[in-house]
Write a protein that binds this ligand. Structure first.
Ligand code: G
Ligand code: MN
Length: 398
């Protein structure tokens, strides 16, 4: 594997213990080559640094500090519109940690890991690896500017690509995931991780999602008229699920395009599992009753427990691509996959393996019992007009 680029990472470590500050900065520097770090020994110092240094994009935060504790600090950080990553450090009980993790979701902060004290340098590995893989918010450096998103919407430069999903046992083509791309006048095709995070900070995300929904439903209708019997999956931002009118909006759209509800699948992320998401649950349940299918996307961190998954009307669990893309910790990956699969089985939820890039990944997914698969090895995301030719070729080959 190529060495990860860490030159863009700017760290702030917040802990009242001098020893921890030194330990974390030393591990980051010596093991991971991350040298741009600042240290704060209390909340006010941390806030001061964050206001001064806008480049900070990774915060290690201790939960128990005198005066303002880490929990209060999280709220203040969210008020600063910080959109980098947060790692929680704590020695206290796992119950408190998980409720704090839920809190980071409420504040819309990008929590990517927890270090339980006493920590060991290998605990950092998963976290550092995850940086840059999460679809939610990447640090501002590589992100587009708001005006570029507005311009793209105005000029109809939001495009939809489609990636086929197949049933692993029969290799039957069963559906397509709609993936949005921004066609930038000078930079070319831009993937969503460089603009969705920013769009989610305003109502721009609604415009993008509406645009993707309309284009993809209209493409679906053409395929359907051509005789293709496939489902369409669309990614839905948590910000939209929160709106009271969301369910009606979807129901009106499918009616407009004569789409049977069970041909549409909405992909939602784990934030819908947080405890206070009543509006989201209401929308998802209303849609599910009408037959729209729901998939839980990017599943693989196991923040979700059976109890929490049970709350949702889920048809599919999408096992995150990081589970299938080669990395060194194969034993860990496999046990995570098996746990996810047995959870899905208990709840009678079908599974979709994402990120199948090689024949061995496809074989693994199929051997461990995933129902469906998606990834570069099957097909890369493609333009609407390429779908029928791909389908013809795929049917011939299988
Ligand atoms: O978060 P979500 O699962 O919706 O992300 C889908 C993204 O994953 C798309 O942008 C798509 O281009 C990308 N993708 C699809 N298949 C593969 C694959 O096999 N490998 C990798 N690395 N990315 C993939
Ligand atoms: Mn998805």
């Amino acid at each position: 594997m190529t060495k990860q680029d860490v030159s863009w990472i700017n760290v702030l470590i917040v802990d009242d213990s001098h020893a921890i500050l030194k330990y974390v900065s030393t591990v980051l520097e010596e093991v991971y080559g991350i040298s741009q770090t600042q240290e704060a020994s209390c909340a006010s110092e941390a806030l001061h640094i964050l206001r001064q240094t806008k480049q900070i994009n990774l915060i290690f935060l201790d939960l128990n500090m005198p005066n303002t504790d880490g929990i209060q600090l999280l709220e203040k950080i969210s008020q600063l519109n910080y959109n980098g990553y947060i790692v929680i450090m704590s020695g206290i009980s796992t119950r408190i940690i998980s409720s704090v993790e839920a809190l980071t979701k409420k504040y819309n902060l990008n929590h990517i890991g927890t270090l339980v004290k006493p920590m060991h340098e290998t605990d950092f590995k998963k976290i550092i690896k995850k940086i840059g893989q999460s679809r939610k918010k990447r640090p501002a450096g590589s992100s587009l500017k708001t005006y570029e998103i507005v311009r793209a919407l105005k000029n109809d430069d939001i495009e939809v690509f489609y990636q086929p999903q197949v049933e692993l046992s029969s290799k039957t083509f069963i559906g397509l995931e709609a993936l949005c791309r921004l066609n930038h006048p000078s930079l070319g095709i831009i993937s969503p991780d460089r603009f969705i995070g920013l769009a989610e900070e305003s109502e721009l995300i609604s415009h993008i999602t509406m645009c993707v929904l309309k284009k993809s439903l209209s493409d679906w209708k053409k395929w359907h008229q051509y005789g293709l019997d496939i489902k369409l999956a669309v990614n839905i931002s948590p910000n939209l699920l929160d709106q009271p009118e969301f369910a009606d909006l979807i129901l009106n759209l499918i009616e407009q395009y004569d789409m049977p509800a069970n041909m549409l699948c909405l992909e939602v992320t784990e934030t819908v599992l947080a405890d206070d998401q009543t509006q989201e649950l209401m929308n998802l349940n209303r849609l599910s009753i009408r037959g729209v299918e729901i998939a839980l996307d990017d599943f693989g961190e196991l923040h979700a427990t059976i109890d929490r998954l049970q709350k949702l009307p889920l048809s599919y669990l999408k096992l995150d691509k990081s589970c299938f893309i080669d990395n060194k910790d194969q034993v860990g990956q496999l046990s995570l996959l098996n746990t996810s699969l047995s959870m899905a089985e208990k709840l009678k939820i079908r599974t979709i393996a994402e990120g199948l890039e090689t024949s061995s990944a496809l074989q693994l997914a199929s051997e461990i019992g995933c129902d469906y698969g998606q990834g570069y090895f099957i097909a890369r995301p493609m333009l609407a007009k390429e779908v029928l030719p791909w389908h013809r070729q795929w049917s011939l080959a299988t």
